[in-house]
Design a protein around this ligand. Structure first.
Ligand SMILES: C[S@@+](CC[C@H](N)C(=O)[O-])C[C@H]1O[C@@H](n2cnc3c(N)ncnc32)[C@H](O)[C@@H]1O
Length: 237
């Protein structure tokens, strides 16, 4: 009797595992095909309506570089003060560009294991990713030769071991999984000075940022300020 029960439990577990693996696989395929579909659609549009494509691409680039609520808040809070900050998840640098436009940045640490290679939001790192070299930096707007930028090509958990602990702000826009966001928040809070701001992007339903932010709020006993799609906490002590 006990053996049958054990067998049933094991078989249910196996089925669950299979279902989870299939779902993960299906999600990967969905993501991949979506990007292929987008690229194909863009190619077709480029032939049919080249002017519209230029307009849409320009608008997208404009929106990507528009200062976010977090940046505007830093501006309000710190004014012209020279700031030392970190962006977790540099991507292609659009937000970093706007941080430079809006604030008096003394030093910006840009953390991303895949600097400008591709977006990544999984749990295991792709070992194939090439190392970011100085030549790559020159592909990037006016950060070229910009001594105020330090590129840290590491996952955030590793990067924090090397980052200074006198930061004015940390902006989190890296891996949006619950565990990653929560770990980033914990690490960031230890790295900003009193009065420093820790916040991030994508406080939206489609990822796990919201639950991670609320878990962290409970941990530190402090409510976040939310201005969609950003959120932030001020370190009081
Ligand atoms: C949404 S993009 C960032 C966009 C950028 N902040 C902007 O607004 O222009 C997310 C980035 O996080 C990076 N990322 C993924 N996992 C990470 C990790 N563990 N640590 C740091 N960055 C990570 C990805 O490579 C990707 O470039």
């Amino acid at each position: 009797m006990a053996k049958t029960l054990q067998k049933e439990i094991l078989s249910a577990k196996a089925q669950n595992l299979e279902k989870n693996n299939n779902e993960a696989f299906a999600n990967r395929i969905r993501k991949k095909t979506a990007s292929i579909r987008r690229r194909a659609a863009l190619r077709v549009m480029r032939c049919l309506t080249p002017k519209l494509v230029v307009e849409v691409t320009d608008s997208l680039a404009y929106v990507s570089r528009t200062p976010r609520p977090f940046t505007l808040h830093l501006k309000q809070e710190f004014g012209d003060k020279a700031l030392i900050g970190v962006e977790i998840g540099f991507g292609f640098g659009f937000n970093a560009e706007s941080l430079f436009e809006e604030l008096n940045i003394e030093q910006l640490y840009c953390v991303d294991p895949f600097l400008m290679k591709r977006y990544f939001d999984g749990d295991t790192l792709d070992q194939q990713v090439k190392t970011f070299i100085d030549q790559d930096k020159t592909r990037f707007f006016d950060l070229k030769n910009n001594l105020r930028v330090v590129f840290v090509q590491l996952p955030s958990a590793e990067a924090f071991k090397e980052l200074p602990r006198n930061l004015d702000f940390v902006y989190i826009d890296g891996n949006h999984g619950h565990h990653h966001v929560l770990t980033d928040l914990r690490n960031a809070f230890c790295h900003v000075k009193r009065g420093g701001i820790v916040g991030g992007h994508d406080f939206i339903r489609q990822c796990e940022v919201i639950p991670a932010v609320f878990d962290f709020a409970l941990e530190i006993g402090q409510a976040p300020t939310i201005q969609m799609p950003d959120f932030w906490f001020k370190r009081k002590k």
